[in-house]
Design a protein around this ligand. Structure first.
Ligand code: SAM
Length: 285
């Protein structure tokens, strides 16, 4: 990993890796629902990356690998997709999925996107859905991405938009803060909304030598069959928020759950919930 990094940065990265390792089982179990709810995002990325037969594609922060596996179908037997994530349990889940689907042109590796042990200029394309905003040093990750792409190679990626545009994810944090159960988040720290500003995104990618990116807001949504399903998402899959909810006392957890249920009411749909969502999708080269 990144040589000479300050201990605090290394510790933050290790903590994030442990959180995501623990999320892998939930993401594996709910992969189809996640893909279906955000199909607009995944399909946009694949379309703009436009992988051709014979291409070599790298997926970063792949999680359980669905976007990379979709790209693998397009590069054919002469091409290859390297599916990577820094959480070993995520990589293991992606590998299992490829075996289930009989996909033979994908390889798998545990890899930190902020310091890649990969040759310069070795990929035709890089794809990353919902990864860069979680990275401790996204500038390093974009620089590494540029380095491993061949000249003219394309990067297609997606990050989440603003809290206001994504109530499915932003509802619970302010409740925890208001009840004194969580410190207010540091706006400069990595997190789901850390790259929601298109101007910051543009500045980050152009600073490392990419062309001015095409950035498009892509609407998505998150559906849950009932409130229990939404609460399960929050307590099993929701990245950094999940350990906070799990560490609450039973009384506090019940109290937060009630407040989240009240806050979710505007998004009720039939027996369940249909929350709007919005991503910033970008393509550059
Ligand atoms: C929100 S999940 C998204 C997973 C997947 N890309 C998807 O769209 O389903 C974020 C993923 O980023 C990974 N991640 C976070 N920081 C990373 C880093 N520095 N290097 C590699 N992976 C990282 C986590 O392990 C996790 O699997």
């Amino acid at each position: 990993m990144t040589a000479g990094q300050p201990a605090a940065v290394a510790a933050r990265r290790e903590q994030s890796r442990a959180v995501w390792d623990a999320m892998a089982a939930g993401w594996e179990a709910h992969r189809n629902a996640i893909w279906d709810d955000s199909r607009s995002v995944g399909e946009w990325l694949i379309e703009r990356l436009d992988p051709r037969p014979g291409d070599t594609v790298l997926e970063l922060a792949a999680g359980v690998g669905d976007t990379g596996l979709a790209a693998a179908r397009l590069v054919g037997n002469e091409g290859c997709v390297l599916i990577t994530d820094f959480a070993p349990e995520m990589v293991a889940a992606a590998r299992r999925r490829a075996a289930e689907l009989g996909i033979a042109n994908a390889e798998f590796r545990v890899l930190d996107a902020e310091g890649m042990d990969l040759d310069a200029g070795s990929f035709d394309g890089v794809i990353c859905r919902w990864g860069y905003m979680l990275m401790v040093d996204p500038a390093a990750a974009f620089a590494e991405t540029r380095r491993v792409l061949r000249p003219g190679g394309r990067l297609a990626f997606s990050v989440w938009g603003t809290p206001a545009d994504n109530p499915w994810a932003s509802l619970v944090g302010p409740i925890l803060v208001a009840k004194g159960l969580m410190a207010p988040p540091d706006p400069t720290a990595p997190g789901i909304f850390a790259l929601a500003d298109a101007n910051r995104l543009r500045a980050l990618v152009t600073a490392v030598g990419f062309a001015d990116p095409e950035i498009e807001e892509v609407a998505t949504h998150r559906t849950f069959a009932d409130f229990d399903a939404y609460w399960r998402y929050l307590t099993e899959l929701a990245g950094a928020i999940t350990p906070v909810l799990r560490a609450l006392s039973p009384e506090d957890r019940a109290d937060v759950r009630d407040a989240v249920r009240t806050g979710s009411a505007p998004y009720a749909a039939g027996q369940g919930y249909d929350f709007p969502g919005r991503c910033l999708n970008a393509v550059t080269w």
